[in-house]
Design a protein around this ligand. Structure first.
Ligand code: AHM
Ligand code: MG
Length: 282
């Protein structure tokens, strides 16, 4: 069995344990994560489970996550370098809404370019637990039951006629150019915004459309992190025939300057991302 398969299977096998551990872990911890955000007991629980199990695999050199300052493992060892958002959208736990787990598998020490990704995946904790895996050009959806994954949709591509959009950040914080673009999109598509990127991106992958967490006036770099969120999602959406952008070009081409660096994220049908880039360039 390939290392990549063992990594993906380990994440799938861990998903039910993460899910089972959520109930009693809805309280906030005293510490903040490296991005200065409040951490839930569930964030740390998921992070510990994933790091322990993934670092135990042969062929995994390092594990880094949104929830820890430093990289664990051996950056000089042969093997893959994993970047993880253990519970994306974890503030949704309080209101019992969708969350996810994101994984990027890089073939270079972190922080790395999106072009160093060899696979990316996310688990979606919705009414059922599903997992999207992209490897090369192929994107597959699995259902996870009892820790095993079963393919339910193969060779996923974005539906050509977009249906949904979801844009993060408060509207008064958007730039004038992004606001103008959003006003056009509102006339054309249906709003689906749930506060967890994974849930919103899965709408786009299922129905076609666009998700963005743009650069804000007070925070031009946006909210989402390149290594753990931007790159893996860009890899998946591009493998499904869509596009990603930081506002000017593919997220995969953004220079990696720090482990916890943030980046504006826009992903979706190519035509929509082309239009977004044209709007932001005006
Ligand atoms: P998290 O990884 O710390 O949970 O934060 C990332 C999440 C994304 O899933 C989502 O798109 C965004 O934050 C939502 O932010 P907001 O609550 O400001 O709309
Ligand atoms: Mg996140």
């Amino acid at each position: 069995m390939s290392t990549l398969t063992r990594i993906i299977d380990t994440v799938a096998a861990t998903a039910p344990d993460i899910r089972a551990g959520l109930t009693g872990r809805r309280t906030y911890e005293a510490e903040e994560n490296p991005s200065g955000e409040a951490q839930l007991a569930a964030d740390l629980y998921a992070d510990d489970l994933l790091s322990e199990r993934l670092l135990a695999l042969d062929g995994v050199a390092t594990y880094a996550s949104e929830e820890r300052d430093d990289i664990d493992g051996n950056p000089d060892a042969d093997g893959y370098h994993l970047a993880c958002d253990p519970l994306d959208g974890s503030s949704n736990l309080k209101s019992n809404n969708t969350m996810g787990t994101i994984l990027g598998v890089y073939d270079a020490p972190l922080p790395a370019s999106g072009h160093d990704l060899v696979a990316a995946a996310y688990v979606l904790f919705g009414p059922i637990t599903t997992m999207i895996v992209a490897e090369g050009d192929s994107v597959t959806e699995y259902v996870i039951e009892d820790g095993d994954k079963r393919a339910v949709r193969e060779d996923i591509t974005l539906p050509p006629e977009p249906v949904t959009y979801g844009f993060g950040g408060r509207v008064p914080e958007w730039t004038p150019a992004f606001t103008e673009f959003a006003r056009e999109i509102e006339q054309e598509l249906k709003l689906r915004y749930g506060g967890a990127m994974i849930g919103d991106v899965n709408q786009v992958l299922t129905y076609g459309g666009i998700f963005a967490y743009p650069g804000l006036q007070s925070r031009p770099e946006g909210k989402l992190r390149l290594q753990f969120e931007g790159n893996p999602i860009a890899y998946i959406v591009e493998a499904a025939g869509g596009r990603s952008s930081d506002g000017t070009g593919s997220l995969l081409s953004v220079e990696a300057t720090g482990l916890h660096q943030r980046v504006p994220v826009h992903v979706g049908n190519s035509r929509l991302i082309d239009r977004l880039e044209a709007a932001l360039a005006d």
